[in-house]
Design a binder for this molecule. Structure first.
Ligand SMILES: NC(=O)c1ccc[n+]([C@@H]2O[C@H](COP(=O)([O-])OP(=O)(O)OC[C@H]3O[C@@H](n4cnc5c(N)ncnc54)[C@H](OP(=O)(O)O)[C@@H]3O)[C@@H](O)[C@H]2O)c1
Length: 232
């Protein structure tokens, strides 16, 4: 059984993850932070793409002490594991908040064709999981199965748009938490919640709306379930 995989993203009303100049302007208010930390607190691991690592270098941790204490009471490690997905392994390790935050178990998923010197450079910073690239792309199903073998039962996918699309295209997203912020970003080049090549008309992914909540800040907090037919 692969881990359950939830995705979380904050978007403008036009579906953008950032402005065209890659600013997260207006996101990250107290309600967004509380939801993000609740979702991280439920997860065994938080996964992001290398694009998000390069631009934000997020530590992917939980700050709220009561949420950390709740995890400890439940016999879980204080912090969820951190997982990066990258083909190139082209990112700094030394001086990175992600790689240097103490008390977090880290994994980097790459291809079996990854540059050897970069794999070597990750020694002591993260466990490298090299998966098949026989199809031309990273085998994300294998990646998720390998994470499951390391004890992860619940993954939280936190973007960005390229990885979100690759994961849903592989049938590896079970639930989507979407925060719609009352902002318009515009911009053809601003990344959207799901990037990549997109689905041809007949293959679009249908979802089931599970919940809608209106926040005090004018945000809408939505939760969707992927239909069983669209999951692996
Ligand atoms: N608003 C939000 O909730 C939110 C959340 C997350 C991120 N963001 C924003 O989103 C932007 C980043 O999005 P993005 O789409 O550019 O980047 P991304 O999805 O974070 O990362 C893309 C990179 O991840 C690796 N990757 C993704 N899918 C892969 C696959 N199937 N196979 C192999 N490698 C794969 C590749 O790394 P390599 O190039 O190293 O091979 C690829 O270049 C940032 O500006 C970030 O701030 C916003």
């Amino acid at each position: 059984m692969r881990p359950f995989i939830a995705m979380n993203a904050a978007i403008s009303i036009d579906g953008k993850l950032t402005t065209a100049d890659r600013d997260l302007h207006g996101f990250g208010g107290p309600e967004d932070r509380a939801l993000m930390e609740d979702l991280r607190a439920e997860a065994d691991a938080v996964m992001i793409g290398a694009g998000t690592l390069r631009e934000e270098d997020p530590p992917l941790t939980i700050k709220a002490v009561e949420k950390v204490a709740h995890r400890r009471d439940a016999g879980k490690p204080d912090q969820p594991d951190g997982v990066i997905v990258s083909r190139s392994l082209d990112f700094p390790v030394k001086g990175s908040r992600f790689f240097e935050t103490p008390g977090v178990r880290r994994f980097v998923v790459c291809g079996d064709d990854a540059p050897k010197d970069r794999v070597e450079g990750l020694k002591g910073a993260a466990e490298v999981i090299a998966v098949s690239t026989a199809s031309g792309d990273l085998d994300l199903e294998q990646a998720v199965a390998e994470l499951g073998e390391r004890g992860m039962r619940h993954l939280l996918l936190e973007g960005g748009g390229s990885l979100n699309f690759a994961m849903i295209a592989a049938g590896l997203v079970d639930r989507i938490h979407l925060t719609i912020c009352p902002l318009v970003f515009g911009g053809d080049k601003a990344p959207t919640a799901f990037g990549g090549a997109g689905f041809p008309g007949a293959s679009v992914r249908p979802l089931v709306l599970e919940s809608v909540r209106q926040g005090a800040s004018g945000r809408l907090f939505l939760s969707y379930r992927a239909k069983a037919s669209a999951r692996r």
